[in-house]
Design a protein around this ligand. Structure first.
Ligand code: MN3
Length: 255
């Protein structure tokens, strides 16, 4: 027993000797990180108009039978509309009051005081994006650098689809799955909880520009699919505008 205690103590001491330089290193990384985040300059462009709900780019029944009219009406009018209204209220009197949406995403923090803006700015950005990457009947993948990058990164489009669907299925609770272009211009799949977005560089572990994504909040599919999230994800692939996704990829590669 005593020997065991002795061993345990020695192990802790040894671990401490190994860990303390590591912990110090982590600490200075943290400091560097927080220094980096505090020097992001305020944006040059200033917003003068309130945020508004963009109209759906197609009629609300145009994605039938994959996404039903009632879901689209509630999702766009009530949910997305709600994020826009709440965002306009939330920014009043804050440093973000006249920031454009992308500037808010880049600067928003995990602070409690930022929470309402984080949720609603993310909600507005994410849904605006989501309506635009869908199209009645979908549009096939065009030849070009995007499909080449998909094949290089994932092996094939089918393998990409499987990995992306798995990521979307595995989100616990509400959130989004994304395909992003990283800072190193490589493609990667990631997920965010709630209305977080990979452009929220103060919040997400890996920053990227989304080029494709799916909303897996239950409000996005429950009326037609109930608890069958996997069926909704499969159906969604029938209405993806891959021409739009490829364009976004090309823009992210030069941006
Ligand atoms: Mn939604």
């Amino acid at each position: 027993m005593q020997k065991r205690t002795f061993l345990k103590t020695s192990l802790w001491l040894a671990a401490g000797a190994v860990l303390s330089p590591l912990l110090q290193a982590c600490d200075s990384t943290k400091k560097m990180k927080s220094n980096r985040t505090t020097v992001i300059p305020p944006p040059k462009l200033r917003r003068t108009e309130p945020f508004t709900l963009p109209p759906l780019p197609y009629p609300s029944d145009a994605l039938e039978p994959y996404i039903d009219r009632q879901t689209m009406e509630i999702h766009h009018g009530k949910h997305h509309g709600g994020y826009v209204n709440n965002l306009n209220e939330a920014v009043v009197g804050t440093v973000y009051a006249d920031y454009e949406l992308d500037d808010i995403l880049a600067r928003i923090t995990t602070a409690d005081a930022d929470r309402k803006i984080r949720n609603n700015a993310g909600g507005h950005w994410n849904h605006t994006f989501f309506w635009q990457i869908m199209k009645p009947g979908g549009a096939p993948l065009p030849e070009g650098p995007f499909i080449a990058a998909i094949n290089n990164t994932f092996g094939s489009f089918e393998q990409f689809k499987a990995a992306f669907s798995e990521a979307a299925k595995s989100i616990f609770g509400s959130g989004w799955a994304w395909l992003c272009v990283g800072r190193d211009k490589s493609l990667f799949i990631t997920t965010t909880p709630n209305q977080d977005n990979p452009l929220m560089m103060q919040i997400v572990p890996k920053v990227g520009t989304p080029v494709f994504g799916i909303d897996v909040w239950e409000h996005a599919y429950y009326l037609r699919y109930q608890n069958r999230r996997a069926d909704y994800i499969n159906a969604f692939f029938n209405v993806v505008d891959w021409v739009e996704v490829a364009l976004r990829y090309n823009r992210a590669m030069v941006g």
